[in-house]
Ligand binder design. Sequence first.
Ligand code: FES
Ligand SMILES: [Fe+2]
Length: 401
Amino acid sequence: MESCQEKETVRASDQTTLIHRLLDHLRAETTQLSEAPLRVPASHYASDNHLERELSTVFREGPSVVGLTADARAPGDYFSAEVAGFPLLVVRGTEGRLRAFANACRHRGGRLAQGRGCFEGSAIRCPVHAWTYDLEGCLTHQPNARGGFEKIDPGTLGLRELPCTERNGLVAVHPQADGRIAPEHLLEEFADDFQSFDLPGLHAFASRRQTWRCNWKLVLETFLESYHVFSLHRDSVNEWYLSHPMVFDEADHGLRFPVVRRSIEGLLDTPESTWDLLAHATIQYWFAPASLLAFTWDHWMLWRVEPTAANSCVTEVTLYTSENVTEETKREHFERTLELHLRVAGSEDFPSQERVQQALSSGASDELVVGQNELAVGHFHRTLQHLLEAGARPHRRQPRE
Ligand code: FES
Ligand SMILES: [Fe+2]
């Protein structure tokens, strides 16, 4: 993996240093640069074969961040997710522990639950024939079966449990029962940030799912550079955000990338003691392979991208708030906020990427060029390539944590 030309690593908590880096670039009209540009072949976006390699290595050989503590806060709370087509169910047990299960009934595969909610009476009930499991995944009831399963030990029919880790308010699941989730998969490098945000104390406000006719990586790339803001968003968020400078901090399994608001220019003449980066940037964290957490002003958003084909994907975004929103005016404010994000991404970023996909799939573009200024996009691709190569090598799986 290439290192950046400017060694700008900082302690995650050091917002002042991050502001200094940004202001130095602002004054000099420069931006952080990587060592070299990158050329990404069209096949990485358009080939079914390449997607299959990504699914079988990057997605299935490693964990994914599938949600936040806020998605299942109390015993009995649950949420569903998919990783590379694998349906998951994350449930908080009576003792407060989060568990992940394959979201498939042990009878004949019924989907146990969808979305986010709470299992009444601490019972997970399959909608198809009402087989019932407790929150630990043990089969407790097979109603109306008329002796049909007496020859099968119900102890062998518990839900398939998967590795699940909850750390700093983030929830990661590995889609293989013997898979390993390490602290670095949850970007422990930025733990100070997550703790200062009090991620475990957040509340899930609303989620939206949408389908896009482009490769999953094209969706994530829109978040990882602000270079396009002055042009693609000239009539929308360009009013509030700068295209440059771009600075980022890398991690083995992700990165941190702030998109800087124009208001940061006001800090050029103010004392350091009054600086607060959070007021002047949207701070984003990409978790390999396909999750992105973003903080803006008074809310957090978790974007998850699920590949459905080489040229299509589904996005699921959830907006989180620091308080449980009950007041009508606040509810309206966060509904408008979510709609604004979806409008900008859904009418400018993602449709533009659908047209890029058409160019890649048709052969009109045979490669994409990532500049040295687009260094977060470069790190994104280099990380995926590294995971692809590591996953393709035969290896002995390390013991689970
Ligand atoms: S498939 Fe779930 S009870 Fe039959
Ligand atoms: Fe954008």
